[in-house]
Design a protein around this ligand. Structure first.
Ligand SMILES: Cc1cc2nc3c(=O)[nH]c(=O)nc-3n(C[C@H](O)[C@H](O)[C@H](O)COP(=O)(O)OP(=O)(O)OC[C@H]3O[C@@H](n4cnc5c(N)ncnc54)[C@H](O)[C@@H]3O)c2cc1C
Length: 357
C-alpha cells in the first residue's frame, strides 16, 4: 500500500500545474479534490504557446529541473497518450547576420546547425540564418488538451473535480490548515496545494503570507493558415511560431503596453506580416484568437515550490515556464507531499527564501 493512501489533498487551480499535481497525487493513492474557480484550463494555460523548452542560458538555478523536463514528459505520455505532445524539435536564432546563441549546458541535446541543415528543417524560411541552435528533442503540446488529459488521468485514479467552485478562505487549527472554504461549502484536507497561478497571491494573503508573484503579460495568437508552412518550432527575433497538423499556426509575442497599436489584435496583424516576410508560400493567414495571458512570474524568476513555512499543510506550486515544468514538478512535488521524499532539484525553489531575515 502506498504511504499516501487515504491522505486527503485539495489542489486549488486546474491549469496545467494543478492538473499535473492532481494526477501525480492521485496516482500515488491520495484522495484528491481538484477545485477550479472557472473551467479547466481557463487561466493562462488556455493561452499558452506551450513549448516544452528545456534550454536556458547559464547560470540556471533550476538546470536540474529543466534538464529533466523532457524525460518526464516522455514518461508521462506513455501513461497518458492523450497528452499528444508533438516532438518537432525547436530552431532558435538571434539574427540573420550574427552567430546563433551558444547552446547552454542545460540544453543537453541542442546543436548548432548550418544554413543547409536549416533549409532541410524549415524549407519555407525565406532568409535562413547562417547558423541556428537546433534542439531536436524539444516539442510542444496543446496546453488545453493536455490539461484535460491530466485531469482525466487524475479522475481515473479517483480524484474528484469541482469546477466553477472558488476557494474563498481556509479553515485552520492553530497554525495548520485543515480545510478550505469554497463557494460550495467547506472541504476538509490533510494538505492543500496552491496551484492557482496568479491567484496564489490572494490565497496566500488569506494566510497572512506574502509571496512575490507578478502577473506577467504576454501575447498569444492563433492563426488559420494552410498546413506544412512550419515543421519545427521557430524562435527568432521576427517571430516565435509553430504549427499544428491541421494548419493552425500559433505565435507568442512580447506584451509592449496598452496603447491601441499594441493591442493583441493589432499585434496579430503585425506578426502576420512578419510571418509572410519570413516564410514563403503563405497563401492565407487569418488571425483568430489573440489575447493577453498573465503568467505567474515569481519576482526572482525561479519557481516557488514547497511547503509554506509557518503555516502547516500548505504546499505552493507557482512557476514559469509552467508548461515545461508541469510534469517534472508534478511528480517531484507529489513525492514530497505523499512520501516525504525531499527533492534536491526543488531546493532552489523553496518559498522560505522570501522569508529569511
Ligand atoms: C503567450 C504565452 C506564451 C507562453 N509560452 C510558454 C511556453 O512556450 N512554455 C512554457 O513552459 N510556458 C509558457 N507560458 C507560460 C505558461 O502558460 C504558464 O506558466 C502556465 O500555463 C501556468 O499554469 P498554471 O496552472 O500555474 O496557471 P493557470 O493556467 O492560470 O491556472 C490557475 C487556475 O487557478 C484558478 N484559480 C485561481 N484562483 C482560484 C481560487 N481562489 N479558487 C479556485 N481556482 C482558482 C484559475 O481560474 C486558473 O484556472 C506562456 C504564457 C503565455 C501567456
Amino acid at each position: 500500500m502506498e504511504n499516501g493512501q487515504g491522505k486527503r489533498v485539495i489542489v486549488i487551480g486546474a491549469g496545467i500545474v494543478g492538473a499535473s499535481m492532481a494526477y501525480h497525487l492521485a496516482d500515488k493513492g491520495a484522495k484528491v479534490t481538484l477545485i477550479e474557480a472557472e473551467g479547466i484550463a481557463s487561466g493562462v494555460t488556455g493561452s499558452s504557446f506551450a513549448w516544452i523548452n528545456a534550454s536556458h542560458r547559464e547560470p540556471d538555478p533550476i538546470a536540474q529541473l529543466r534538464g529533466a523536463a523532457i524525460t518526464e514528459y516522455r514518461r508521462l505520455e506513455t501513461r497518458l497518450p492523450d497528452l499528444k505532445i508533438r516532438w518537432t524539435g525547436a530552431l532558435s536564432y538571434s539574427s540573420h547576420s550574427s552567430e546563433a546563441p551558444p547552446p547552454s549546458e542545460s540544453r543537453a541535446v541542442a546543436n548548432r546547425v548550418s544554413r543547409s541543415r536549416i533549409r532541410e528543417l524549415e524549407p519555407n524560411l525565406k532568409h535562413p540564418p547562417e547558423s541556428a541552435v537546433y534542439a531536436a528533442e524539444e516539442g510542444a503540446l496543446d496546453a488545453v488538451a493536455a490539461t484535460h488529459a491530466l485531469v482525466a488521468g487524475a479522475q481515473a485514479c479517483g480524484a474528484k473535480v469541482l469546477t466553477h467552485t472558488r476557494v474563498l478562505g481556509f479553515v485552520t487549527q492553530g497554525a495548520k490548515v485543515t480545510g478550505v472554504e469554497t463557494t460550495r461549502g467547506v472541504l476538509d484536507a490533510d494538505s492543500v496545494v496552491l496551484a492557482a497561478g496568479t491567484g496564489i497571491n490572494t490565497l496566500a494573503q488569506l494566510l497572512q503570507v506574502s509571496l512575490p508573484i507578478e502577473a506577467s503579460p504576454a501575447i498569444f495568437i492563433r492563426y488559420t493558415a494552410q498546413p506544412n508552412l512550419v515543421q519545427t518550432l521557430i524562435s527568432s527575433p521576427e517571430m516565435e511560431v509553430r504549427q499544428g497538423p491541421d494548419g493552425t499556426l500559433l505565435a507568442a509575442e512580447d506584451y509592449l503596453d496598452d496603447a491601441p497599436e499594441n493591442q493583441p489584435a493589432a499585434i496579430a496583424l503585425r506578426t502576420a506580416k512578419a510571418i509572410c516576410n519570413e516564410l514563403q508560400g503563405v497563401v492565407s493567414i487569418a488571425p483568430g484568437r489573440a489575447c493577453i495571458g498573465l503568467r505567474p512570474m515569481p519576482a526572482d524568476g525561479i519557481p516557488i515550490v514547497g511547503f509554506l513555512p509557518n503555516v502547516g499543510g500548505v504546499y505552493v506550486c507557482a512557476m514559469h515556464p509552467g508548461i515545461t515544468l508541469a510534469a517534472i514538478v508534478g511528480r517531484l512535488a507529489s513525492e514530497e507531499i505523499i512520501d516525504g521524499k525531499v527533492s534536491s532539484a526543488l531546493y532552489p525553489c523553496r518559498p522560505a527564501r522570501f522569508f529569511q531575515a
